[in-house]
Design a binder for this molecule. Structure first.
Ligand SMILES: [Zn+2]
Length: 282
């Protein structure tokens, strides 16, 4: 069990009633929280094969951890040093404070730069790391409204710089790569249809737009917590981990929608893409 699994157990123990999630009659796996027959636990990334310098600290808004659709847990599936706490503005949490005070970490709050006070240090799309320190990315995990509230009302986070990425810039770059790859493939005498089909596969890892269609946020491009985490991993120079997290998210998203949605908007090739990536890496 990782930090989000443990927090889920803890939060569940605080509840006097069962949390009513969408599709509540579905029999769910206790860990991935997908319907048992769509469980992805057996194919989860093997953490011992992950090389990362980064850590994540998830501050989760009240019932967020109870929601089967939460994607914060996908970060913890991948990154060994992922910590998770229930957010609070008043209660002082010693365990949380100890992580923030730990000298090995250089903490950043991941949040759109538009919300920064003028004096706040902000890193956009590029970040400078102190030598000898590891980046600790603090994610405010909840609905967009809840995330804004956490951002405003967490004085213990005010001293840390903000890290923010420009969704538009990211999407433009992803698109450019796709176009370039398409031209190369066409030279090999493939039909346009074949190229389009192979392009569709390639788009998945670093998608042309957020593929997260289960829970909408007010964010312009509606990135989920896991997708945002993938972007900051890429900013930290960990592209392979970013890609793996994107692919793992795709798998979760597709499997999740199998049990709750009438029409699955996830990527049907998610599993194949993810397993191919793992194989190529080995
Ligand atoms: Zn499972």
């Amino acid at each position: 069990m990782h930090a989000v699994h443990q927090l889920h157990q803890y939060r569940k123990s605080l509840s006097t009633t069962t949390y009513k999630a969408r599709g509540q009659r579905v029999q769910r796996c206790d860990l991935c929280r997908l319907a048992v027959k769509f469980c992805i636990c057996s194919i989860a990334p093997e953490k011992e094969n992950i090389k990362t310098n980064a850590g994540f600290l998830l501050l989760m808004y009240d019932t967020e951890v109870l929601k089967p659709s939460n994607t914060g847990k996908l970060i913890a599936d991948l990154i060994p040093d992922t910590f998770a706490f229930l957010w609070s503005r008043t209660t002082k949490n010693d365990a949380l404070q100890a992580i923030l005070d730990d000298e090995q970490w250089q903490p950043f709050v991941v949040f759109p730069h538009e919300y920064a006070e003028p004096q706040r240090q902000v890193y956009k799309n590029k970040v400078l790391f102190e030598s000898g320190k590891r980046p600790l990315f603090i994610m405010l995990d909840g609905s967009w409204r809840e995330a804004k509230k956490m951002f405003r009302k967490s004085p213990y986070l005010n001293g840390f710089p903000l890290i923010s990425f420009d969704p538009k810039l990211f999407l433009d770059n992803a698109l450019k790569v796709d176009v370039a790859q398409g031209e190369n493939t066409l030279e090999q005498n493939q039909s346009v249809e074949q190229v389009q089909a192979s392009e569709k596969k390639k788009i998945s890892p670093v998608g042309s737009n957020s593929r997260y269609t289960v829970r909408k946020t007010a964010l312009e491009h509606q990135f989920s917590t896991a997708e945002v985490a993938a972007r900051v991993l890429a900013m930290a120079g960990e592209n392979a981990n970013a890609q793996l997290l994107d692919l793992w998210f795709d798998v979760f998203n597709y499997q999740y929608q199998k049990s709750v949605c009438q029409r699955n908007k996830g990527n049907p090739e998610a599993l194949e893409n993810y397993q191919q990536f793992i194989k190529n890496r080995a």
